[in-house]
Design a protein around this ligand. Structure first.
Ligand SMILES: NC(=O)C1=CN([C@@H]2O[C@H](COP(=O)(O)OP(=O)(O)OC[C@H]3O[C@@H](n4cnc5c(N)ncnc54)[C@H](O)[C@@H]3O)[C@@H](O)[C@H]2O)C=CC1
Ligand SMILES: O=C(O)C(=O)CO
Length: 323
Protein backbone atom coordinates (compact mmCIF):
# COMPACT_ATOMS: atom_id res chain seq x y z
CA UNK A 1 0.00 0.00 0.00
CA UNK A 2 1.23 3.52 -0.81
CA UNK A 3 1.87 6.19 1.74
CA UNK A 4 -0.80 8.67 2.91
CA UNK A 5 -0.30 12.18 1.58
CA UNK A 6 -0.33 14.72 4.40
CA UNK A 7 0.40 18.40 5.05
CA UNK A 8 2.04 19.46 8.32
CA UNK A 9 2.10 23.07 9.53
CA UNK A 10 4.51 23.64 12.39
CA UNK A 11 7.46 21.89 13.95
CA UNK A 12 7.26 18.40 15.38
CA UNK A 13 10.07 16.58 17.19
CA UNK A 14 12.34 14.55 14.97
CA UNK A 15 11.15 11.20 16.27
CA UNK A 16 7.50 12.19 15.76
CA UNK A 17 8.32 13.25 12.20
CA UNK A 18 10.08 9.88 11.72
CA UNK A 19 6.95 8.14 12.97
CA UNK A 20 4.85 10.00 10.41
CA UNK A 21 7.36 9.37 7.61
CA UNK A 22 6.96 5.60 8.06
CA UNK A 23 3.39 5.88 6.82
CA UNK A 24 3.09 9.27 5.14
CA UNK A 25 4.44 11.38 2.33
CA UNK A 26 4.73 14.80 3.95
CA UNK A 27 4.67 18.41 2.81
CA UNK A 28 5.81 20.47 5.78
CA UNK A 29 5.70 24.20 6.54
CA UNK A 30 7.93 24.61 9.58
CA UNK A 31 8.39 28.39 9.45
CA UNK A 32 6.91 30.44 12.33
CA UNK A 33 5.51 32.76 9.62
CA UNK A 34 1.99 32.11 8.39
CA UNK A 35 1.85 29.88 5.30
CA UNK A 36 0.56 31.80 2.23
CA UNK A 37 -3.04 30.70 1.67
CA UNK A 38 -2.43 29.82 -2.01
CA UNK A 39 0.49 27.56 -1.10
CA UNK A 40 -1.57 25.83 1.57
CA UNK A 41 -4.57 25.27 -0.70
CA UNK A 42 -2.40 23.88 -3.47
CA UNK A 43 -0.63 21.53 -1.01
CA UNK A 44 -4.01 20.36 0.32
CA UNK A 45 -5.41 19.60 -3.15
CA UNK A 46 -4.39 15.93 -2.92
CA UNK A 47 -3.85 15.57 0.86
CA UNK A 48 -5.68 12.99 2.98
CA UNK A 49 -4.40 14.26 6.32
CA UNK A 50 -3.65 17.73 7.71
CA UNK A 51 -1.83 18.86 10.83
CA UNK A 52 -3.01 22.46 11.14
CA UNK A 53 -1.89 25.27 13.44
CA UNK A 54 -3.72 28.05 15.28
CA UNK A 55 -2.84 30.69 12.66
CA UNK A 56 -4.54 28.76 9.84
CA UNK A 57 -8.25 29.38 9.24
CA UNK A 58 -9.79 25.96 8.61
CA UNK A 59 -13.14 26.69 6.99
CA UNK A 60 -15.50 25.56 4.21
CA UNK A 61 -13.36 27.29 1.57
CA UNK A 62 -10.27 25.36 2.65
CA UNK A 63 -12.16 22.06 2.76
CA UNK A 64 -13.62 22.67 -0.71
CA UNK A 65 -10.05 22.84 -2.06
CA UNK A 66 -9.10 19.62 -0.27
CA UNK A 67 -11.42 16.98 -1.79
CA UNK A 68 -9.46 13.98 -0.45
CA UNK A 69 -9.03 15.27 3.11
CA UNK A 70 -10.20 12.72 5.73
CA UNK A 71 -8.63 13.93 8.97
CA UNK A 72 -7.37 17.12 10.65
CA UNK A 73 -5.32 17.30 13.86
CA UNK A 74 -3.85 20.28 15.70
CA UNK A 75 -1.39 20.59 18.59
CA UNK A 76 -3.54 22.80 20.83
CA UNK A 77 -6.58 22.56 23.03
CA UNK A 78 -8.17 25.72 21.58
CA UNK A 79 -9.66 25.31 18.11
CA UNK A 80 -11.28 28.69 17.49
CA UNK A 81 -9.55 28.79 14.08
CA UNK A 82 -11.52 25.74 12.95
CA UNK A 83 -15.09 25.62 11.61
CA UNK A 84 -16.22 22.38 13.24
CA UNK A 85 -19.58 22.44 11.41
CA UNK A 86 -17.71 22.55 8.08
CA UNK A 87 -15.63 19.52 9.21
CA UNK A 88 -18.84 17.73 10.23
CA UNK A 89 -20.46 18.39 6.87
CA UNK A 90 -17.57 16.45 5.30
CA UNK A 91 -17.47 13.85 8.14
CA UNK A 92 -13.88 14.87 8.90
CA UNK A 93 -12.77 14.19 12.49
CA UNK A 94 -10.84 17.04 14.10
CA UNK A 95 -8.39 16.17 16.88
CA UNK A 96 -6.97 18.53 19.54
CA UNK A 97 -4.71 18.08 22.59
CA UNK A 98 -6.54 18.72 25.88
CA UNK A 99 -5.29 17.61 29.33
CA UNK A 100 -1.63 17.00 28.38
CA UNK A 101 -0.95 20.74 28.75
CA UNK A 102 -2.94 21.36 31.93
CA UNK A 103 -0.03 21.51 34.37
CA UNK A 104 2.33 23.57 32.19
CA UNK A 105 -0.40 26.10 31.36
CA UNK A 106 -1.59 26.31 34.97
CA UNK A 107 2.04 26.92 36.06
CA UNK A 108 2.43 29.78 33.58
CA UNK A 109 -0.86 31.37 34.60
CA UNK A 110 0.01 31.10 38.26
CA UNK A 111 3.44 32.50 37.44
CA UNK A 112 1.78 35.54 35.82
CA UNK A 113 -0.39 35.98 38.89
CA UNK A 114 2.53 35.81 41.33
CA UNK A 115 4.84 37.90 39.16
CA UNK A 116 2.21 40.65 38.89
CA UNK A 117 1.15 40.57 42.53
CA UNK A 118 4.74 40.56 43.81
CA UNK A 119 6.25 42.73 41.03
CA UNK A 120 8.92 40.10 40.28
CA UNK A 121 9.65 41.20 36.71
CA UNK A 122 9.54 44.86 37.73
CA UNK A 123 11.92 44.13 40.60
CA UNK A 124 14.48 42.70 38.20
CA UNK A 125 14.23 45.77 35.92
CA UNK A 126 14.72 47.88 39.02
CA UNK A 127 17.90 46.05 39.98
CA UNK A 128 19.23 46.20 36.40
CA UNK A 129 18.48 49.94 36.17
CA UNK A 130 20.52 50.63 39.35
CA UNK A 131 17.45 51.91 41.25
CA UNK A 132 17.93 49.57 44.24
CA UNK A 133 19.22 52.17 46.62
CA UNK A 134 17.82 50.99 49.96
CA UNK A 135 15.60 48.24 51.42
CA UNK A 136 12.74 50.77 51.53
CA UNK A 137 12.94 52.01 47.97
CA UNK A 138 11.53 48.95 46.23
CA UNK A 139 8.41 48.00 44.19
CA UNK A 140 5.66 46.96 46.64
CA UNK A 141 3.32 44.09 45.90
CA UNK A 142 0.11 42.67 47.36
CA UNK A 143 -0.60 39.46 49.30
CA UNK A 144 -2.28 36.44 47.75
CA UNK A 145 -3.11 34.94 51.16
CA UNK A 146 -6.82 35.24 52.02
CA UNK A 147 -7.54 37.09 48.76
CA UNK A 148 -10.31 36.02 46.35
CA UNK A 149 -9.48 34.54 42.97
CA UNK A 150 -12.25 34.44 40.36
CA UNK A 151 -11.91 31.99 37.49
CA UNK A 152 -14.06 32.58 34.42
CA UNK A 153 -14.11 29.31 32.46
CA UNK A 154 -13.36 26.71 35.10
CA UNK A 155 -12.42 23.67 33.03
CA UNK A 156 -9.36 21.43 32.86
CA UNK A 157 -6.77 24.20 33.22
CA UNK A 158 -8.85 26.36 35.58
CA UNK A 159 -9.10 23.48 38.06
CA UNK A 160 -5.30 23.05 38.09
CA UNK A 161 -4.88 26.81 38.69
CA UNK A 162 -7.38 26.56 41.56
CA UNK A 163 -5.30 23.88 43.29
CA UNK A 164 -2.21 26.13 43.12
CA UNK A 165 -4.16 29.13 44.44
CA UNK A 166 -5.57 27.11 47.34
CA UNK A 167 -2.01 26.25 48.36
CA UNK A 168 -1.43 30.04 48.66
CA UNK A 169 -4.47 30.37 50.93
CA UNK A 170 -6.74 32.01 48.36
CA UNK A 171 -10.54 31.68 48.25
CA UNK A 172 -11.87 30.67 44.86
CA UNK A 173 -14.99 31.74 42.98
CA UNK A 174 -15.78 30.54 39.49
CA UNK A 175 -18.20 31.10 36.69
CA UNK A 176 -19.06 28.65 33.92
CA UNK A 177 -22.16 28.30 31.82
CA UNK A 178 -23.43 26.03 34.59
CA UNK A 179 -22.45 25.00 38.11
CA UNK A 180 -20.40 21.81 38.36
CA UNK A 181 -20.22 19.28 41.18
CA UNK A 182 -16.52 18.56 40.43
CA UNK A 183 -15.64 22.26 40.82
CA UNK A 184 -17.71 22.62 44.00
CA UNK A 185 -16.00 19.54 45.47
CA UNK A 186 -12.68 21.35 44.93
CA UNK A 187 -14.00 23.96 47.39
CA UNK A 188 -14.58 26.49 44.62
CA UNK A 189 -17.81 28.47 44.85
CA UNK A 190 -20.05 29.03 41.83
CA UNK A 191 -21.17 32.62 41.27
CA UNK A 192 -22.79 34.64 38.52
CA UNK A 193 -20.41 36.26 36.03
CA UNK A 194 -21.14 39.68 37.51
CA UNK A 195 -20.57 38.57 41.11
CA UNK A 196 -17.22 36.99 40.24
CA UNK A 197 -16.13 40.28 38.65
CA UNK A 198 -17.41 42.34 41.62
CA UNK A 199 -15.96 40.19 44.39
CA UNK A 200 -12.59 39.02 43.07
CA UNK A 201 -9.17 40.49 43.81
CA UNK A 202 -7.68 38.46 40.95
CA UNK A 203 -9.60 37.38 37.84
CA UNK A 204 -8.33 34.67 35.52
CA UNK A 205 -9.96 34.11 32.14
CA UNK A 206 -9.92 30.60 30.69
CA UNK A 207 -12.98 30.39 28.42
CA UNK A 208 -12.56 29.12 24.87
CA UNK A 209 -12.98 31.80 22.18
CA UNK A 210 -16.44 31.43 20.59
CA UNK A 211 -19.27 33.63 19.35
CA UNK A 212 -20.47 33.79 22.99
CA UNK A 213 -17.09 34.80 24.46
CA UNK A 214 -15.75 37.19 21.80
CA UNK A 215 -15.12 40.52 23.59
CA UNK A 216 -16.69 39.13 26.76
CA UNK A 217 -14.53 41.70 28.60
CA UNK A 218 -15.40 45.24 27.50
CA UNK A 219 -15.67 48.65 29.18
CA UNK A 220 -18.63 47.60 31.39
CA UNK A 221 -16.90 44.47 32.69
CA UNK A 222 -13.78 46.42 33.71
CA UNK A 223 -16.00 49.03 35.40
CA UNK A 224 -17.64 46.32 37.52
CA UNK A 225 -14.28 45.02 38.81
CA UNK A 226 -12.60 46.35 41.96
CA UNK A 227 -10.18 49.21 41.37
CA UNK A 228 -7.58 47.00 43.03
CA UNK A 229 -8.31 44.03 40.73
CA UNK A 230 -5.64 42.09 38.84
CA UNK A 231 -6.91 40.78 35.48
CA UNK A 232 -5.19 37.79 33.88
CA UNK A 233 -6.04 36.45 30.42
CA UNK A 234 -4.48 33.24 29.15
CA UNK A 235 -7.34 32.03 26.91
CA UNK A 236 -7.49 33.92 23.62
CA UNK A 237 -6.80 37.61 23.01
CA UNK A 238 -10.13 38.26 21.28
CA UNK A 239 -12.05 37.41 24.48
CA UNK A 240 -10.97 40.90 25.61
CA UNK A 241 -11.55 44.28 23.98
CA UNK A 242 -7.93 45.45 23.99
CA UNK A 243 -8.83 49.13 23.79
CA UNK A 244 -11.24 48.85 26.73
CA UNK A 245 -8.54 47.09 28.76
CA UNK A 246 -6.04 49.79 27.83
CA UNK A 247 -8.45 52.52 28.99
CA UNK A 248 -9.23 50.65 32.22
CA UNK A 249 -5.49 50.43 33.00
CA UNK A 250 -4.81 54.06 32.07
CA UNK A 251 -7.78 55.32 34.11
CA UNK A 252 -6.88 53.01 37.03
CA UNK A 253 -10.33 51.35 36.90
CA UNK A 254 -8.39 48.16 37.63
CA UNK A 255 -4.91 47.84 39.12
CA UNK A 256 -3.07 45.52 36.80
CA UNK A 257 -3.30 43.14 33.84
CA UNK A 258 -1.21 40.12 32.89
CA UNK A 259 -1.75 38.57 29.48
CA UNK A 260 -0.38 35.49 27.77
CA UNK A 261 -2.59 36.14 24.74
CA UNK A 262 -3.38 39.40 22.95
CA UNK A 263 -5.58 40.83 20.22
CA UNK A 264 -3.97 41.25 17.76
CA UNK A 265 -1.47 38.48 18.27
CA UNK A 266 1.42 39.10 18.17
CA UNK A 267 0.84 42.57 19.57
CA UNK A 268 2.91 45.25 17.78
CA UNK A 269 5.97 46.25 19.78
CA UNK A 270 4.90 49.94 19.59
CA UNK A 271 1.37 49.29 20.90
CA UNK A 272 0.55 51.91 23.60
CA UNK A 273 -0.46 49.21 26.09
CA UNK A 274 3.19 48.15 26.27
CA UNK A 275 4.15 51.61 27.57
CA UNK A 276 2.03 51.21 30.73
CA UNK A 277 3.64 50.23 33.99
CA UNK A 278 0.68 48.17 35.22
CA UNK A 279 0.86 45.40 32.63
CA UNK A 280 2.81 42.20 32.04
CA UNK A 281 2.63 40.38 28.70
CA UNK A 282 4.13 37.04 27.68
CA UNK A 283 4.15 35.78 24.07
CA UNK A 284 1.54 32.97 24.28
CA UNK A 285 3.81 30.55 26.15
CA UNK A 286 1.20 28.77 28.30
CA UNK A 287 2.08 25.29 27.03
CA UNK A 288 5.62 26.11 25.92
CA UNK A 289 7.77 23.63 27.84
CA UNK A 290 9.84 20.96 26.15
CA UNK A 291 8.00 18.11 27.85
CA UNK A 292 4.50 19.43 27.28
CA UNK A 293 5.07 20.42 23.66
CA UNK A 294 6.37 16.89 23.07
CA UNK A 295 3.22 15.36 24.58
CA UNK A 296 1.06 17.68 22.46
CA UNK A 297 2.96 16.63 19.33
CA UNK A 298 2.63 12.96 20.27
CA UNK A 299 -1.15 13.22 20.76
CA UNK A 300 -1.46 15.13 17.48
CA UNK A 301 0.39 12.39 15.59
CA UNK A 302 -1.77 9.73 17.29
CA UNK A 303 -4.92 11.64 16.33
CA UNK A 304 -3.79 12.02 12.72
CA UNK A 305 -2.71 8.42 12.24
CA UNK A 306 -5.92 7.13 13.84
CA UNK A 307 -7.93 9.24 11.39
CA UNK A 308 -5.91 8.10 8.39
CA UNK A 309 -6.34 4.46 9.43
CA UNK A 310 -10.11 4.99 9.95
CA UNK A 311 -9.82 4.35 13.69
CA UNK A 312 -11.24 6.48 16.52
CA UNK A 313 -8.97 9.33 17.52
CA UNK A 314 -7.78 9.38 21.14
CA UNK A 315 -8.93 13.02 21.34
CA UNK A 316 -11.62 14.06 18.89
CA UNK A 317 -13.54 17.36 19.20
CA UNK A 318 -16.46 16.36 16.93
CA UNK A 319 -16.96 12.83 18.29
CA UNK A 320 -20.42 12.56 16.71
CA UNK A 321 -18.61 12.10 13.40
CA UNK A 322 -18.27 8.44 14.49
CA UNK A 323 -22.04 7.93 15.03
N1 LIG B 1 -2.21 30.48 26.81
C1 LIG B 1 -2.03 29.25 26.35
O1 LIG B 1 -0.94 28.87 25.92
C2 LIG B 1 -3.17 28.31 26.36
C3 LIG B 1 -4.45 28.76 26.21
N2 LIG B 1 -5.50 27.87 26.25
C4 LIG B 1 -6.86 28.42 26.15
O2 LIG B 1 -7.55 28.06 27.33
C5 LIG B 1 -8.86 27.60 26.98
C6 LIG B 1 -9.37 26.68 28.06
O3 LIG B 1 -8.66 25.45 28.05
P1 LIG B 1 -9.19 24.19 28.92
O4 LIG B 1 -9.29 24.56 30.35
O5 LIG B 1 -8.38 23.03 28.54
O6 LIG B 1 -10.66 24.03 28.32
P2 LIG B 1 -11.96 23.42 28.99
O7 LIG B 1 -12.91 23.18 27.88
O8 LIG B 1 -11.60 22.28 29.87
O9 LIG B 1 -12.49 24.62 29.91
C7 LIG B 1 -13.15 25.73 29.42
C8 LIG B 1 -14.27 26.09 30.37
O10 LIG B 1 -14.90 27.29 29.91
C9 LIG B 1 -16.30 27.15 30.11
N3 LIG B 1 -17.02 28.01 29.19
C10 LIG B 1 -17.16 27.88 27.85
N4 LIG B 1 -17.88 28.89 27.34
C11 LIG B 1 -18.22 29.68 28.38
C12 LIG B 1 -18.99 30.86 28.50
N5 LIG B 1 -19.57 31.42 27.44
N6 LIG B 1 -19.13 31.40 29.74
C13 LIG B 1 -18.56 30.81 30.82
N7 LIG B 1 -17.83 29.68 30.77
C14 LIG B 1 -17.67 29.13 29.57
C15 LIG B 1 -16.58 25.68 29.86
O11 LIG B 1 -17.77 25.27 30.48
C16 LIG B 1 -15.35 25.02 30.47
O12 LIG B 1 -15.58 24.72 31.82
C17 LIG B 1 -8.67 26.97 25.60
O13 LIG B 1 -9.87 26.98 24.87
C18 LIG B 1 -7.62 27.85 24.96
O14 LIG B 1 -8.23 28.90 24.25
C19 LIG B 1 -5.30 26.54 26.43
C20 LIG B 1 -4.03 26.05 26.56
C21 LIG B 1 -2.86 26.88 26.52
O1 LIG C 1 -3.43 24.78 23.32
C1 LIG C 1 -3.79 25.94 23.13
O2 LIG C 1 -4.98 26.24 22.93
C2 LIG C 1 -2.80 27.02 23.15
O3 LIG C 1 -3.15 28.16 23.17
C3 LIG C 1 -1.36 26.73 23.12
O4 LIG C 1 -0.99 25.57 23.67
Amino acid sequence: MGKYKIVVIGQLNKDLMNQLEQKCEIKVWSSPQKIPRDTLLSWLSDAEGFISRGDVVVNGELLSKAPKLRVIAQASVGYDNVDIDACMSRSIPFGNTPEVLNEATADLIYGLLISSARRIHEGFEYVKDGKWESPFNIPMGVDLYEKTLGIIGMGNIGRRVAVRAQASGMNILYHNRKESVANNELNCKYETFENVLKQSDFIIVLVPLSNQTKKLFKKTEFEIMKQTAYFINASRGAVVDTNALYQALVNKEIAYAALDVTDPEPIQSDHPILKLNNILITPHIGSATTETRYKMGQLTVENLLAGLESKKMPSCVNKTVYN
